[in-house]
Write a protein that binds this ligand. Structure first.
Ligand SMILES: Nc1ncnc2c1ncn2[C@@H]1O[C@H](COP(=O)(O)OP(=O)(O)O)[C@@H](O)[C@H]1O
Ligand SMILES: O=C(CO)[C@@H](O)[C@H](O)COP(=O)(O)O
Length: 481
């Protein structure tokens, strides 16, 4: 049976799975950490990929490899293919002013937002690649002058696995291209005029491949990546959310909620989204369809922060949260710890409301943290529904789905059944499924589907969301002094 490999180069770490192409059975896996920070030298991803591949027993025996990665990160390359500066990641908010400028230049307000939504399915926020290019052009003109090409984290890693064979060999896919702000999921074409509007001139961009197209071949000895072997096919790869949809096999009525560094809420759709409010991003998926998506900046790290404040580990945090009553007796946490993208409040800080003697306990704070992060995602679920998505059930994935409290409180907040696949790497799995599609051929990906799914149901508790909605806008921006 042929083996295939899938990579998830996400914000906090790199994960590699090796699976049987036909059955999808897991054969081996590995992971390695990424450095902290919102700007990262891509070489650190390359080293982590090498370590994760090594931990997964190498790639010498695989028939195909696909890379999925964190979306939107700006990787600028010079004529010789060297990075011109560390990549600015999706959660770097320094380009918030650039986003506002791009909307203003398109007519401002509702007119400007509608222009961008109609053109590329997105309204600029700090996360998107186009706004990062504007920031680079304005703030680092010398580095900007050296840029010859721009690509995304997964494009760059795929290109390195192919041996970095010149800028013309850069490849991407619809899913990740749709998060740049200069490629339209609706038309399937680049808008290089918008890239030029953002950056001041055109740059070379990767060729956009179809869902099971070949991006190249694994180089026999890509420098620094141990035991890769050679000759395996390279898939087009995709953004991490599109890969997760493929990994869990999301179908009609399924909304995927991923609680990783980002919180994302998305579904697979037959038509592109164009939300002039900018809440729902009109991405493409990894099967030739579309992926309307809402993304928050604050998700699993809200749990990390609450656990650290309470000096407990994540398992104890979950126990504490479940020991407090639903609604935490009115204690509400608005979890904008890194500013926020949805709603677009890049300078916002988090807040805790409703402190009384009764609610001043570790259990109440733990509960408020879990409920706050879920309420922010529930707002995303409402926005997705308003754009036409049907929510029969939520499929919960990402590191945060390992929390028993998140799993049990989620149906109370979302108001629908929540299913949780067994703990796993669904982004890497989606990439592996894409690689299997390439290796085996056919009109659709091989029919892998996760087994051992657990279902969580609970009576909805609308008071949790009402109380959160009252507190949501009572926040203060970060001090800039
Ligand atoms: N048992 C757990 N309970 C709560 N959170 C967890 C648990 N295990 C891992 N996490 C959190 O998951 C996050 C990483 O999730 P992951 O989906 O891998 O993120 P990313 O893909 O953005 O790198 C970390 O912030 C980590 O604290
Ligand atoms: O910006 C988005 C989606 O628009 C994020 O979802 C990134 O793609 C990062 O993902 P994680 O590392 O949190 O999985």
């Amino acid at each position: 049976m042929p083996l295939v490999a899938g990579v998830d180069s996400s914000t906090q770490s790199c994960k590699v799975v090796v699976r049987d192409a036909e059955s999808g059975a897991l054969v081996r896996q590995g992971r390695a950490s990424h450095p902290d920070g919102t700007e990262v030298d891509p070489e650190a991803w390359w080293r982590a990929l090498g370590a994760a591949v090594d931990a997964a027993g190498g790639l010498a025996d695989v028939a195909a490899v696909s890379v999925a990665g964190q979306q939107h990160g700006m990787v600028c390359l010079d004529e010789a293919g060297r990075v011109v500066r560390p990549a600015l990641l999706w959660n770097d908010t320094r380009s918030a002013g650039a986003a506002a400028e791009l909307i203003e230049e398109a007519g401002g307000g509702e007119t400007g937002r509608r222009f961008w939504a109609d053109a590329v399915g997105l309204v600029p926020v700090a996360s998107f690649t186009a706004t990062k290019l504007r920031w680079l052009a304005r703030h680092e003109p010398e580095r900007a002058a050296r840029a010859a090409a721009v690509c995304l984290p997964h494009d760059w890693l795929t290109w390195r696995l192919a041996g970095a064979p010149g800028l013309d060999a850069l490849r991407t896919d619809r899913g990740d291209a749709s998060g740049t702000g200069y490629w339209s999921a609706a038309t399937g074409e680049y808008r290089l005029d918008l890239l030029e509007r953002a950056f001041g001139r055109r740059l070379h961009v990767p060729t956009v491949l179809g869902p099971a197209d070949r991006a190249g071949e694994l180089h026999p000895d890509p420098v620094g990546a141990p035991r890769t072997g050679s000759g395996a096919l390279l898939g087009p790869g995709t953004g991490d959310n599109a890969a997760a949809a493929l990994g869990v096999g999301a179908g009609p009525g399924d909304v995927v909620v991923s609680i990783g560094t980002s919180g994302t809420v998305f579904s697979v759709a037959d038509a592109p989204a164009a939300d002039p409010d900018g809440i729902v991003a009109g991405f493409a998926d990894a099967t030739g369809r579309f992926l309307p998506l809402v993304c928050t900046l604050n998700a699993a790290r809200v749990l990390d922060a609450a656990a650290s404040m309470l000096r407990v580990d994540l398992a104890d945090l979950a126990d504490l949260a479940l020991s407090a009553p639903a609604g935490a007796d009115g204690l509400v946490m608005v979890p904008y710890l890194e500013g926020e993208r949805t709603p677009n409040r890049p300078l916002a800080t988090g807040a805790v409301h409703g402190l009384t003697l009764r609610t001043s306990t570790p259990a109440h704070l733990a509960r408020a943290a879990v409920e706050g992060l879920l309420c922010a995602l529930a707002d995303g679920l409402d926005a997705l529904t308003a754009q036409g998505a049907t929510v029969r059930r939520v499929i919960l994935v990402g590191g945060g789905a390992r929390s028993a409290a998140v799993r049990r409180i989620a149906p109370q907040v979302f108001g629908c059944p929540v299913v949780v696949p067994p703990p796993g790497e669904y982004v890497a799995d989606g990439a592996a499924r894409q690689a299997a599609w390439l290796a085996l051929g056919g009109a659709t990906p091989p029919p892998w589907s996760p087994t051992g799914i657990e279902e969580y149901a609970a009576e909805p508790v609308p008071a949790i969301r009402h109380r959160y909605a009252e507190a949501r806008d009572r926040i203060v921006d970060r001090s800039t002094s």
